[in-house]
Design a protein around this ligand. Structure first.
Ligand code: UDP
Length: 231
């Protein structure tokens, strides 16, 4: 694979605590990214913000403002993971859709391409830059813009099921499912806005468990144990 976009939830950085950062967990992810970069894969990363803040669950304040806090949370996460990657010897860049002074660089396709070509890990922070969206939409948008081959969705769950396996023990995991079926059955691989963007722009998404040993590297190398969402 030439270019992939990896999506991590904010909670994935938090380990058991579900809040803030759990450095050993992040280091494991960083080492897998390093292996891929060393093998010539261009890796972009999008991270959620749920380990700090979610706009839609903050009922007492204006949604736009709550979402702005959420977008800032995703930037904190990207700066943190970027620094762990640097500590492991990688070169990184954090791009945002709005100016953050000298903390990040403004996103453009040309700038992202330049960094990818230099072998840097490129973090797409701040989501889409707009309220009422999510980092699910952010990752699909950036993947389409930078012409990634596939989005790797590293999740707490190991694939896409026809029902919630926590509530229904006979729920079945798909090896492959079309994006049309995901949308029709509301299988919630990513949110609906992101699903439709992926369908309209033919962007495949592969879902797998982040907690399985070396799962990011294995997925890229074809030892895939999750669900492929095809388009
Ligand atoms: N967010 C936003 N626009 C975006 C991306 C994120 O407003 O383009 C905000 C939103 O408040 C969201 C939070 O950032 O709840 C964290 O992003 P994430 O995608 O993790 O949110 P989740 O889907 O878990 O709510």
């Amino acid at each position: 694979m030439k270019r992939i976009l990896l999506k991590l939830s904010g909670e994935a950085l938090a380990g058991e605590e579900k809040q803030g950062f759990h450095e050993p967990t992040v280091r494991k992810v960083a080492l897998q990214i390093k292996q891929l970069v060393e093998e010539g894969v261009q890796v972009g990363v999008v991270i959620g913000g749920g380990n700090f803040w979610r706009g839609r669950t903050s009922e007492n304040i204006d949604r736009t403002k709550a979402d702005q806090i959420g977008m800032l949370a995703t930037i904190m996460n990207c700066i943190y993971v970027s620094e762990i990657c640097r500590a492991e010897g990688m070169q990184t860049a954090v791009l945002t859709p709005f100016e953050c002074g000298s903390f990040t660089k403004l996103f453009s396709k040309d700038r992202a391409n330049k960094y990818f070509d230099r072998g840097m890990v490129v973090f797409f922070a701040g989501g889409t830059g707009h309220p009422y969206f999510s980092t699910d939409t952010g990752v699909v948008l950036r993947a389409v813009e930078v012409e990634a081959e596939v989005i790797l969705l590293a999740k707490a769950i190991d694939g896409v099921y026809d029902d919630d396996p926590k509530k229904n023990p006979s729920a079945k995991k798909y090896d492959e499912v079309t994006i049309d079926e995901v949308i029709a059955k509301n299988l919630q691989v990513v949110d609906m806005t992101a699903s439709i963007l992926a369908r309209d722009n033919k962007m495949p998404m592969w879902v797998f468990g982040l907690n399985e040993e070396n799962s990011i590297v294995n997925t890229v190398k074809g030892k895939f144990n999750g669900t492929k969402v095809t388009v």
